[in-house]
Design a protein around this ligand. Structure first.
Ligand SMILES: [Zn+2]
Length: 394
């Protein structure tokens, strides 16, 4: 690949360091020979670049005989000492993971919210304690950042949570509060926007550039890749598919509108329709689906009802975005697996503009961890973008 004209040597060097680090982070250990070919550089330049990443403590090199023949090649491996903390603030629980450069989850813990603990100060304190516990287990690691997924609209500029109806948050400076409590930088983004990122890098949307990720728990989140890039909107609030109106005669939503999609589809909608108590999460949803499959009429009616409305929402999204792949997470994935035919009938009601057989629909490969893994990628972002700026202190 010839050097683009007008690009300074230092800028080019940074771009090459970035390309190498992103390759080993995303695809795992990679030989210098493959990197040489991929970047179109000569072997001594690649050697100098991997040497610099090694001195920054980001990669190590191992000698390996690749393919069992020929001379040994240097294998460039993400250095084990680098981690980030990923956090997923759900409506029912908080999950915190320690994730290594290269994407391996090294430690994962969850804690339910106490009753009434959606108060932002309580959530900040719970998250901070869990992060401190996690980091205390990993003293020999260098923490490169903290990334957080929240189920709400997050202002891209400063992580202010503008609106998270299922947490009851409006204009909450959650990110600034957590950063002050931890005395470290924190990056926060919408959970579905992180979910689509994770599924694209490591899951069901690998290799696709037009992706819709739809995930339901209590509410529904939507994250989109358009031409391989995240759809953010003007301020970062795009993709609020849960509040798309699907029934003008429907119930009043937490957002104040009427008949939003998440009032038709979601864990609690399914549970209450099946005559169960709300709040049981994915386990209770699985129980209703099992009851439906073993012939319980009320459970079966609830699954059918939710499956029909899943199809109504997916149909609108397929028509709007013409995605190559729709990745379903949470309750949407559970209902899809249980009632695929019924969901498909609702998607194909009337003429679908982009033919159904040209749109893949899949369950999230990372399961309920997509937003958590996406939060780790968010935290790795600054180092992957500018490896030379990696903090040297823990
Ligand atoms: Zn709404």
């Amino acid at each position: 690949m010839p050097a683009p004209t007008g690009v300074g040597t230092e800028e080019l060097r940074r771009a090459n360091l970035r390309a190498i680090l992103q390759t080993v982070h995303t695809h795992g250990p990679t030989t210098r020979a493959v990197l040489t070919k991929q970047l179109g550089l000569n072997r001594s330049t690649i050697g100098a670049l991997t040497g610099e990443l090694q001195s920054l403590g980001l990669v190590t090199e191992q000698t390996a005989v690749v393919g069992g023949r020929g001379r040994p090649s240097h294998l460039v491996v993400p250095s084990e000492g680098n981690v980030v903390v990923a956090v997923d603030v759900g409506v029912d629980r908080i999950a915190v993971a320690l994730v290594g450069l290269g994407g391996e989850v090294l430690d994962r813990r969850t804690r339910g919210h106490q009753r009434g603990e959606h108060d932002v100060a309580h959530v900040v304190e719970s998250v901070a304690q869990m992060i401190e516990e996690t980091l205390a287990q990993s003293r020999h690691h260098r923490c490169l950042g903290v990334g957080v997924a929240v189920p709400g609209a997050v202002r891209a500029a400063d992580g202010l949570v503008r609106f998270a109806p299922n947490l009851g948050w409006v204009e909450e400076p959650f990110t600034a509060m957590l950063a002050a409590r931890l005395d470290r930088p924190v990056a926060t983004a919408n959970d579905a926007n992180l979910g689509v990122l994770a599924e694209h890098i490591r899951g069901a949307a690998m290799g696709y550039s037009e992706v819709a990720y739809l995930s339901a728990s209590v509410g529904i989140g939507g994250g989109f890749l358009i031409d391989g890039r995240p759809l953010t909107g003007a301020r970062g609030y795009a993709g609020e598919v849960g509040h798309m109106q699907v029934d003008s005669h429907g119930m009043i939503c937490r957002c104040g509108s009427v008949g939003c999609w998440e009032m038709k589809v979601g864990e609690n909608v399914l549970l209450m329709r099946a005559g169960r108590l709300s709040g049981g999460g994915p386990t209770a949803v699985a129980e209703v689906i099992a009851a439906a499959q073993s012939g319980e009429a009320r459970a079966a009616e609830a699954v059918d009802h939710v499956a029909d409305w899943c199809g109504v929402g997916i149909r609108a999204i397929v028509n709007l975005f013409n995605p190559e792949v729709v990745v379903l997470g949470g309750c949407l994935a559970q209902v899809w697996r249980a009632a695929e035919t019924r969901v498909n009938i609702a998607i194909q009601r009337g003429q679908l503009i982009s033919p159904r057989n040209e749109t893949l629909i899949r369950s999230a490969q990372l399961g309920d961890d997509s937003p958590l893994i996406g939060a780790a990628e968010l935290a790795f972002g600054p180092v992957l973008d500018h490896p030379q700026a990696v903090p040297q202190a823990v």
